[in-house]
Design a protein around this ligand. Sequence first.
Ligand code: NAD
Length: 480
Amino acid sequence: MKLAKQQQMIIGNSRLNAEAGETLETVDPATGKVLAEFPRGREVDVDAAVKAARSAQCDWVRRTPVERSRTLLEIARAVEANSEELAWIESVDTGKPLTQARADVRTAARYFEFYGGLADKLGGITVPLGDEYVDYTTREPVGVSGQIVPWNYPLQIGARGIAPALAAGNSVVVKPAEGAPLSLLRLAEIAQDAGLAPGLLNVVTGLGSEAGAALAGHPGIDQVTFTGSVQAGTLVMQAAATNINPVTLELGGKCPNLVFEDADLDAAVPVLVSALIQNAGQTCSAATRLIVARELYEPLIERLRHRLEQLKLGPGVDDPDMGPMISASQLKKVAEQVQAARADGATVFGGEIAPESEQHGGNFYLPTIISNVDPSAPVAKEELFGPVLVVLPFEDDEEAVRLANGTDYGLVCGVWTNDVKRAHRVARDLHAGQVYINGYGAAGGVEIPFGGLKKSGFGREKGIEGLNSYLQTKNVCVRL
Ligand code: NAD
């Protein structure tokens, strides 16, 4: 596959360099080699994108809902038609295995299909006020949506915000992560080629502290969608507050799987592994804590160790089981935290920089299991964003739930039990935005609402609920 070595931003109908002419580089995490240069956009570039978005939105909102619906469905088809190219771009830029990148592309296409299908069904309600009144509500777009996307799932997370925003009649300015900007630049081209009017989807590349901060605090936007770290999310929320703009924040997690003594381990084990190693653990909903009934503690660790030993690591484009971590600094951060746990007396399986790092020149880390660790240890509570599983035993259901709820995060939980009453009781008591029972994930989960509690953020994306961030309700009250 070919990649333009000099990438450009997409603003209105133009492909542009940064106004100041500065560039950044994006690197293949498997080899450390530069893939392409892209513009280092700043405030002035964000300004131009917001102007283009505003002007395009005025026309988009006047199109009929069915026209908007059909445009999104065309984008879905175009994404699918370009799926091999998009998957390859995503794989080299993020390091993820091709199979996973292909699944990400399918999910991205599905967002356009799902929200395209809803674009002409966004009606309001009538409110009974008695004979003297007719009262009804309409649902209107917010206007221009500013979206800041991380490097772990650029296409999926990008499409997750772009598709509902467009379906609801908004225009979008996206700031991809500096670590992996390529697939969203290509997506915007594909969307325009599929018939999306210029200006409805603008992509400004650059650093978070420059282009990202300028977008989050821009007075010309009406809403912000952010996915990334708690630290950057806090700054984004503060910047949006200066314009009293609403924000949707998706900030990560330390997600647990709870395995009870009656669980079907044959079903659970492969899922526990894939939920850990997907995207080399660099997933907000990665299942990085295993809370397990005491009697299963040793045998389950043994089974997981056995499976982790079989995994093949390598560059994403070779389609291994697990690819590299996004950057040398992310690798170092994870390695240091595991080393600190080891120094504190925890039992560590894996826990080393993988030999593939030297072989390919990239950032590979061995899938790791940490046991015999205190639940209050940093490694058991903080998000590492790497393929590191912490295993904690429990004595009874109450302790299982207490351990699961014992972090600052509340994104996704898995519950493994064959006792239907226990499953629902535990699901009720878990502090999380989403609970899976006897599974973890639902093929992209486009249709089901997703989002967090506590420091995992707020607002819901995906599903019909995902539209709420991009719509506002107007009430019209007529005195007869
Ligand atoms: P980050 O939060 O710094 O970056 C995410 C996005 O926000 C990027 O596009 C970045 O350019 C932008 N950004 C950064 N600072 C900003 C600011 N002040 N204003 C506006 N935008 C800003 O994340 P990172 O540095 O890429 O990764 C650090 C940690 O974040 C990871 O270790 C992980 O814990 C977490 N993370 C979480 C997710 C997730 O899916 N929830 C994704 C990526 C990273």
